[in-house]
Design a protein around this ligand. Sequence first.
Ligand SMILES: Cc1cc2nc3c(=O)[nH]c(=O)nc-3n(C[C@H](O)[C@H](O)[C@H](O)COP(=O)(O)O)c2cc1C
Ligand code: SF4
Length: 438
Amino acid sequence: MTTPRPETLAKLTPVLTKRWLSPDAWRIGTYEQLDGYAALRKALKAHPDDLIQLIKDSGLRGRGGAGFPTGLKWGFIPQGDGKPHYLVVNADEGEPGTCKDLPLMTHDPHALVEGVIIASYAIRAARAYIYIRGEAVHAARRLRNAVQEAYDKGYLGRNILRSGYDLELVVHSGAGAYICGEETALLDSLEGFRGQPRLRPPFPATHGLYASPTVVNNVGTIASVPPIVLGGADWWKSMGTEKSSGPMIYSLSGRVANPGQYECSMGVTLRELLELAGGMQPGHNLRFWTPGGSSTPLLAAEHLDVPLDFEGVAAAGSILGTTATQIFSDQDCPVYATYRWLEFYHHESCGKCTPCREGNYWMVRVYRRILAGQGTHEDLDTLLDTCDNILGRSFCGLGDGATSSVTSSLQYFKQDYLDYIEGRTAPKLSDKQLVGAH
Ligand SMILES: Cc1cc2nc3c(=O)[nH]c(=O)nc-3n(C[C@H](O)[C@H](O)[C@H](O)COP(=O)(O)O)c2cc1C
Ligand code: SF4
């Protein structure tokens, strides 16, 4: 295991993670001792429009995967329209490899609750929801407890801190479907319908929850709001890069010595993150990795020095996504890894549109054939052709994301496919697992 050098340790910028190791970090008493609810007191004295401007000035971009500018999104909410406004926090965190929102809600739930109150005040919402995935029982329990503590202390409910502002906050557990992380499917699910994406336009900013103006933001986005209110836009922008400001929680998993969450200024490289995480596991050499979850195209060892911000990763041909870096070594097979991800997308496809529903079904079968040693050279063309018919033709991002590892693994690791097809690699799947593959 390698020890990080002081200059690499200096890349750590704990802002959202700074309380995680404090004893009983999730309790309101601890939170209040460590700056908690100070940002709310400050925010309630400001005009809501000034708060929206502050978030615009900070350059904060959504932490849910797409990196949309948060202040701009808040500014889309029509004011004086006479309709109820809603804030909905997306706490579904279903992207494979992603592990930043659940630890945040488990260790520091009040950071999210305080962010919700400030953001709701800014967009003039009197009701907010946190939509958390059903399996995350422990995090939901912590969150519900934090919400109750906030009500008891007068941070939620009627006339918050005697400001005249009212807010009700509801924690809603979903049933555990990846598609319910897609913001419009999430809204349908919250309304009690089957979670399937909605046709856009109209967008949630005007026709969201109950056809009313709604902001949907990721947990990390909303938890970034209190530190920005306290520290100011310039302080936030002193971290990160010009167009990707602030710190980001990178979750490292796989063949790494110390997997976990590392909060660094945006633009840190995988080389630096690996150093912080003690290097690769003994006997393993980096071969491929995802920069932002399984929906983002794979990168290879040659990309160790790519700046992990929105622009840097895009220039390298991938997507920053959820900063879920999954690390694979020379002992892992990119064909098999892609197959397992495809099984996930096939299982989670909501079935609403044909390219994703049928395309993933067929690609899983082609992979089974290849991995059972019965693939043909033509199968590789079939895979690329199928991806071509899914990407950009699907109703939502799930279909597009499913193609990422297929096309990128064929780009960087075509030889691995050929080794199965031409008999140089022993089959990984047996004939029994081949049902329906022809
Ligand atoms: C299939 C799919 C799953 C998604 N899952 C999540 C999720 O679990 N959490 C999340 O915040 N965003 C998820 N998103 C992105 C959301 O649709 C949306 O962009 C995000 O919640 C907006 O918040 P932000 O602007 O704060 O990033 C998903 C998108 C797709 C297409
Ligand atoms: S792309 Fe997949 S998940 Fe999205 S609407 Fe179509 S079938 Fe459903």
